[in-house]
Design a protein around this ligand. Structure first.
Ligand SMILES: *[C@@H]1O[C@H](CO)[C@@H](O)[C@H](O)[C@H]1NC(C)=O
Ligand SMILES: *[C@@H]1O[C@H](CO)[C@@H](O)[C@H](O)[C@H]1NC(C)=O
Ligand SMILES: *[C@@H]1O[C@H](CO)[C@@H](O)[C@H](O)[C@H]1NC(C)=O
Ligand SMILES: *[C@@H]1O[C@H](CO)[C@@H](O)[C@H](O)[C@H]1NC(C)=O
Ligand SMILES: *[C@@H]1O[C@H](CO)[C@@H](O)[C@H](O)[C@H]1NC(C)=O
Ligand SMILES: *[C@@H]1O[C@H](CO)[C@@H](O)[C@H](O)[C@H]1NC(C)=O
Ligand SMILES: *[C@@H]1O[C@H](CO)[C@@H](O)[C@H](O)[C@H]1NC(C)=O
Ligand SMILES: *[C@@H]1O[C@H](CO)[C@@H](O)[C@H](O)[C@H]1NC(C)=O
Ligand SMILES: *[C@@H]1O[C@H](CO)[C@@H](O)[C@H](O)[C@H]1NC(C)=O
Ligand SMILES: *[C@@H]1O[C@H](CO)[C@@H](O)[C@H](O)[C@H]1NC(C)=O
Length: 489
């Protein structure tokens, strides 16, 4: 009798667990596209991983892509129900191509331990080999290593008995496929990638892995590839592009079907596609502001949720899409443009820039809570000094700090001289944790407690990322001073 009762409890518990996880999956849509976010950490003062994970949870985000296997980020995710994609940086590809042992060691050190049972378990769904290694600006330097590295990583996963849980993917940049005529039916992979793509697609198909691609209507608009703003932003357009009676009303569908044609003509037309990066920046360029980003995101998410698919794959939207990006990153490379530091749905400190329904929830984003900032102090140029050298100092500051908002079209572009010099000084000062010598600039700098922000141009105060340490140091310093004072008395 007791045994039967125990058995019944066991069954009831199992049913309860499986139905609760079902409803959790249902929240993000089973047949539709699951929405994830890219969590990049190229910031001088990154939001602490625990705060980022709280932010993800508060916004019901269930998938996240990391660009490496940073233990602090992975540990913060452990025990959450958020599934992760972890990345292998490009600089490791050469080694991983030539050495199975290196790939095996990476898998062992950075993955295997999260698969043991217990509270530290993390659901790692994908390993992304390289970070857009085919990007045209890399000039092919990583291309020869990609398939070899992916093959060795796959073998290492198999050896570690986790290949049934983790799939190997390769992030493919938006510029790896194209159509000169602008018509999707003429889509193809970039000719320099032809041989590599054939090998990669064969590899992915053999392991039943999806094709991971970035789609970037913003880059295409910037590069003037015959795109209009309304076409890029999912706004109703009275001039749809007509491709053999297939009508294209937005840039996303056009890119997606260009990729589909490229896959089909290579013989892999049925491969699943995952969108690895898609978004709209909010600063640092013309057409980059938060109201346009909101329009784009609403249009994109609405399109996915309509489940209409694209003209070449109707009613079959991509399985997953990762938004670029969760947060702004002030140390991302700006080789492609100053906007690269402003992809976040949230600012660097986890505050929503606009409202968007990320997870079919309330439609109202939750901000990061209890964020610690440095003091309300700014560094500006001292107008009472001879400013003939100020611009040279500002340029030097900008070569290290983040002045992307001063670019044409940026939120601070309209600052007149010497306001823009102050912006540069302050950016450098905040990046250097407000240390007094970082507001010197040959005597031209001045610390102020009056916020110099004007309109949409915000003079930032950075995060207090080393809070714990400096608190301990300063409080022990206080203690010493106190003791000295007592002694002196
Ligand atoms: C930092 O940014 C570069 C591109 O600017 C990217 O390739 C890299 O993966 C990023 N790293 C992290 C940890 O986010
Ligand atoms: C990649 O690794 C293979 C196997 O070790 C090697 O034969 C090949 O030359 C490597 N490719 C490059 C471009 O170094
Ligand atoms: C992962 O493993 C390699 C050893 O193969 C190590 O060099 C690296 O620092 C580890 N950590 C990360 C974040 O990749
Ligand atoms: C540009 O778009 C127009 C109309 O949408 C089309 O007729 C033309 O062929 C396109 N040109 C290029 C180079 O894509
Ligand atoms: C490589 O080029 C050939 C000939 O142009 C083409 O048929 C094939 O689809 C291309 N393969 C890939 C993977 O792009
Ligand atoms: C964004 O840019 C558009 C077009 O330049 C402009 O109409 C709009 O007012 C801007 N929005 C914000 C919030 O700056
Ligand atoms: C997250 O999901 C919960 C439960 O469904 C819901 O009440 C809440 O509004 C959602 N939050 C957001 C930001 O969507
Ligand atoms: C400007 O910089 C130059 C070279 O660093 C220096 O010789 C000159 O004295 C500076 N002028 C002023 C007004 O500070
Ligand atoms: C900057 O000034 C130009 C011209 O006066 C104006 O069109 C633009 O909206 C302004 N930009 C911002 C960000 O205020
Ligand atoms: C500041 O603005 C002046 C013109 O008003 C310009 O010549 C200078 O390059 C700008 N400096 C920076 C750092 O943006």
């Amino acid at each position: 009798m007791a045994q039967i009762t125990q058995y019944l409890i066991w069954v009831v518990t199992l049913v309860a667990i499986s139905s609760s996880s079902d409803s959790w999956v249902g929240l993000v849509g089973v047949e539709g596209t699951v929405i994830g976010v890219n969590w990049g950490r190229n910031a001088s003062h990154p939001l602490p991983p625990s705060k980022v994970v709280e932010l993800l949870k508060a916004n019901n985000v269930t998938r996240v892509r990391l660009y490496d296997a940073d233990p602090s980020a992975l540990e913060a995710l452990s025990g959450s129900r958020i599934q992760a994609m972890v990345g292998i940086p490009n600089f490791m590809l050469r080694t991983f191509n030539s050495s199975f042992k290196a790939a095996q060691s990476w898998v062992h050190k950075n993955l295997t331990r999260y698969f043991s049972s217990g509270s530290s378990k993390i659901r790692i769904q994908y390993v992304a080999v390289g970070d857009e290694p085919f990007l045209q600006s890399y000039d092919g330097q990583y291309t020869p290593f990609v398939v070899g590295a992916a093959t060795n990583v796959q073998a290492a996963l198999t050896k570690a008995s986790i290949a049934d849980q983790v799939k190997v993917v390769v992030p493919c940049s938006y510029d790896a496929f194209l159509s000169e005529s602008g018509l999707p039916s003429k889509g193809h992979f970039r000719p320099d990638l032809n041989k590599t793509m054939t090998q990669l697609l064969t590899f992915l198909a053999r392991h039943n892995s999806p094709f991971l691609a970035s789609i970037s209507p913003f880059h295409l608009l910037q590069q003037n590839r015959n795109m209009s703003l309304s076409f890029s932003l999912f706004r109703e357009t009275s001039h749809p592009r007509n491709d053999h009676h297939k009508l294209y009303t937005n840039s996303f569908d056009l890119s997606y079907d260009t990729l589909l044609t490229a896959l089909s003509s290579a013989g892999f037309g049925h491969m699943d596609i995952i969108i690895g990066q898609i978004g709209w920046p909010t600063d640092g360029a013309v057409n980059a502001n938060s109201s346009m980003a909101a329009t784009f995101m609403k249009g994109f998410l609405g399109h996915l949720r309509s489940k209409s698919g694209t003209p070449l794959r109707p009613r079959d939207p991509p399985k997953e899409a990762y938004i670029l990006s969760l947060l702004d990153e002030d140390q991302r490379s700006i080789a492609d443009g100053s906007f690269e530091r402003h992809w976040g749905i949230f600012t660097f400190d986890g505050q929503a820039k606009y409202q968007v329904d990320l997870a079919e929830g309330s439609g109202h984003l939750m901000n990061a809570q209890n964020v610690e900032y440095r003091s309300a102090k700014w560094c500006v140029v001292n107008n009472n000094k001879d400013l003939s050298n100020a611009s040279a100092n500002a340029l030097k500051a900008c070569s290290i700090a983040d002045c992307s908002a001063l670019s044409p079209g940026g939120s601070c572009y309209n600052l007149t001289w010497p306001g823009n010099i102050s912006y540069a000084f302050n950016s450098y000062y905040q990046q250097h944790d407000q240390s007094p010598d970082s507001c010197d600039f040959g005597g031209l700098g001045l610390v102020t407690t009056v916020d110099p922000s004007v309109d949409s141009c915000r003079f930032l105060v950075q995060l207090q990322t080393s809070f714990g340490v400096s608190l301990v140091v300063s409080s022990s310093l206080h203690l010493i001073l106190l003791l000295m004072a007592v002694f002196l008395v």
